[in-house]
Write a protein that binds this ligand. Structure first.
Ligand SMILES: [Zn+2]
Length: 497
């Protein structure tokens, strides 16, 4: 093993010499830059809390002259404008002569003579320390953070792509300080480069690097890995595993088969941050305040359930995600509301929380708004998306009760989700006719339900629906002398069958 590592090192030392101009850095010979990009970042230099990024490119044409940084990212439903954090953007030819570059908009740099471009260099400030976003809750789990003994690197917050070429392969080489380790779901090549088959996959693979604790657990064939950095050292990965284990078992029962074989949790604990988390296809990033852990188990499950939706069950708006031009999907209620409901319900149905705790976890905001409009307006100034979570999760709860009622207790929302997962695991659902899909897979009454409460603004029939289970949903929520019929539906509602 050691001699192999030495050989690779020798190869890298040789290959980093510029073959045309000795002394200038050059890309490794084993990456074909005609249809891929090679990024390198040296984290030994963390000065000014900036990433010093170099990218090797080739085969760019006039249609690829605009270099794009992400305006938004999957799952955040807000504008990020990562171009704000870029400084000293330069494009260079093979001899490191600078090409003329202009900056037409926040997230774009335009390169003159792109066919001559071979190297792109820029500095990217971390979002955590940058004055434009310091301690903004959205600037955390989706952003980047450079500190003395750890780095959070969300590729979407640090790296860009030449317009029109987001589908190329991406290689990413990271030089680490001695003793640092790394948590990520990005695969690594034999040469030691992280690899993604397009920009979307690159954006889907956050990395946590540094002084981390690690711990793992195997649950029904799925390996859960936790990588944790605690600024004060109060929390370690073993503790995260111990409080998460029951939830992973709850998820396994609810989903019948866990949807991935490997899942990585990347945790940063600090005393002065707000909790925040963001989902990816086989990992999630979690920011947690070190002085409290309320809601921690629910957040851990919430992000994990996002594998089901929106990472798998989603419309083409999410499937063909537009990083440059924020493009909303009207089904935010489904992506977030159903997830809040599922993360709560899987714990109840496996006996981890009781009915009272379940009832506290589903709380409608009570406002009257069309959730389709909440989704469509998420990128607009002043938009609030909390209704997609609150009213959305109550709608999911009511939809579940209605489905169980209509099917005689044989098919609820969980079964519908599992059917949708089967149907749409390899293709998006149609953005414009999702209601028709849901109605076709269930009952005509569900079309009416969706039109009134998701598209429409009617008051939700909360008490009427909970009464079907014999549950009184008022200030004091409880099951209250159910009739045999109510008890029968309640019994079906309470279990994974
Ligand atoms: Zn969520």
């Amino acid at each position: 093993m050691r001699s192999k590592a030495l050989l690779i090192l020798l190869f890298l030392v040789v290959s980093c010499e510029n073959r045309i101009n000795p002394g200038l850095p050059s890309p490794p010979a084993n990456v074909d830059l005609m249809d891929s990009f090679y990024y390198e970042i040296n984290l030994n230099d963390r000065s000014n809390n900036t990433f010093k990024v170099r990218m090797y490119v080739n085969n760019l044409s006039e249609t690829n002259s605009v270099f794009q940084f992400a305006a938004t990212a999957p799952g955040i439903y807000t504008i990020a404008d990562f171009g704000r954090y870029v400084s000293d953007f330069r494009a260079l030819d093979m001899n490191y002569n600078e090409l003329t570059v202009s900056h037409p908009s926040t997230n774009q740099w335009k390169i003159s003579n792109p066919d001559r471009a071979r190297v792109i260099e820029f500095e990217m400030s971390d979002t955590f320390h940058h004055p434009q976003s310091a301690h903004n809750i959205f600037a955390n789990a989706m952003g980047s953070w450079i500190d003395s003994d750890f780095v959070l690197l969300n590729p979407v917050a640090v790296l860009g792509y030449p317009t029109g070429l987001a589908e190329r392969d991406f290689y990413l080489k990271i030089d680490l300080p001695p003793g640092w380790n790394t948590g990520t779901s990005l695969p690594m090549t034999e040469s030691g480069y992280y690899f993604a088959s397009d920009y979307s996959q690159l954006a889907d693979g956050p990395l946590l690097l540094g002084n981390l604790t690690t711990a793992s657990a195997l649950v029904d064939g799925t390996q859960f890995n936790v990588f944790a950095h605690s600024v004060t050292g109060k929390v370690d990965a073993e503790q995260v595993v111990s409080y998460s284990l029951q939830g992973w078992q709850d998820a396994s029962k609810f989903l019948k088969v866990l949807p991935v074989k490997n899942y990585n949790y990347l945790y940063v604990w600090n005393e002065d941050i707000s909790e925040d988390a963001l989902e990816h296809s086989s990992s999630s990033v979690h920011m947690e305040p070190e002085n409290g852990n309320s809601g921690l188990k629910a957040r851990s499950l919430h992000e994990f359930f996002h594998i089901i939706t929106p990472k798998t069950i989603h419309s083409e708006v999410i499937g063909n995600f537009n990083f440059g031009v924020p493009t909303p999907s009207e089904h935010l209620w489904w992506y977030e509301g159903v997830t809040v409901w599922a993360a709560n319900t899987m714990r109840y149905r496996n006996g981890t929380i009781n009915l009272n705790e379940w009832l506290q976890g589903i709380v409608s905001s009570g406002g009257q708004m069309s959730l389709l409009n909440v989704g469509l307006n998420c990128y607009n100034d002043g938009a609030t998306i909390s209704d997609a979570y609150h009213r959305g999760s109550m709608i999911a709860a009511l939809l579940d009760i209605r489905l169980l009622e209509l099917s005689g207790g044989t098919k609820g929302l969980r079964e519908l989700i599992l059917d949708l997962f089967e149907k749409y695991h390899d293709k998006p659902f149609p953005e414009d006719s999702f209601f028709e899909v849901l109605t076709e897979m269930t009952y005509p009454e569900i079309g009416d339900f969706l039109n009134r409460y998701v598209k429409g603004t009617e008051n939700l029939p909360i008490q009427e629906y909970f009464n079907k289970l014999g549950i009184f949903y008022g200030l004091q929520r409880r099951q209250d002398n159910p009739t045999p019929e109510q008890q029968k539906l309640f019994d079906r509602w309470s279990i994974n069958f």
